[in-house]
Write a new protein. Sequence first.
Lengths: 155, 171
Amino acid sequence: MSIADKLSEVKIRHLPLRRPAMVERDASIREAVEAMRARRLGCALVCEQGRLIGLFTERDLLNKVIGEPVSYSTAVEQVMTVNPAKLSMDDSVFAAMRVMKEGDYRNIPLVDGQGEAAGVVTVRDLVTYFAEHFPKEALNLPPDHDQTMWHAEGA
Amino acid sequence: MICPYCSHNNLDGLDNCEECLHDLSFFDVPTPTGGLQLHLMEDKVSHIPYDRLVLVSPRDSVAHAVSRIKSIGIGQAVVVEEDRLVGILTERDLLNKVAGREVDLQKLPVSEVMTPHPETIGERDALRVIINKMAVGEYRHVPIVRDGHPVGIISAKAVANHILKYSGLDF
């Protein structure tokens, strides 16, 4: 199977996704930041009773909060991105790549059929996928084609 | 692997034939078949569009660095001292070390918040080297250096877009 076939056949749910950071719409910016740090993610899904209503990203933090006269106790819904682009777990890795490229996004929230927040796929998940699934190309080669080992390993 | 020079049956993966010591490493290097695989193996860092470079000093204030980053519309600054790369200040650093702190950003120096000595790549490194470094180190931005001087920075997004471009799927 070619790499291109793999990208369009493998679904987002097959990636080793991390658990998303999720906060309710009336949570403070501080709570969203703490949830992102705890999950080591660059975004938090903002929900209302489980339904995705917005996304708060590192870029929102940079552009609307840091260095601005905005308190960290402000509700996150004041600074989130409303109605973010979203995908489902059953969309392909290729679909995630395309949406990221078109919208210049790094994080795409995932929702189920009812619009409930189900996860997030990040550009880091994609890079990890490239490295793990094209290992011959990405990982197993010496950095230089013409590299010669002068000593046996371990010598 | 059967040695093509002396027909000795070696274990797979040996660099030299155990019998005649001929170099066998060449046979382990996979040859790209074409398409995206060829791009992954042969494309250089310089084939991928670099992000714009914002240079700051470690003694600059975080407030100054943040306003420079925002004015360009990117998410990171490269920290240089005497034209040599000493660190990188990313959105993740701001999330982890600045957000929520009651601190005057005008007085907080970049050196206290930046990631010092980041992983770097050279312009002639191959695409697969960046993918490897980004995956292993969990980096989203890797500065490109020439003789210790930063000349650009590559984002994970640019790498993904480059792969998409050559996947034959981007139409």
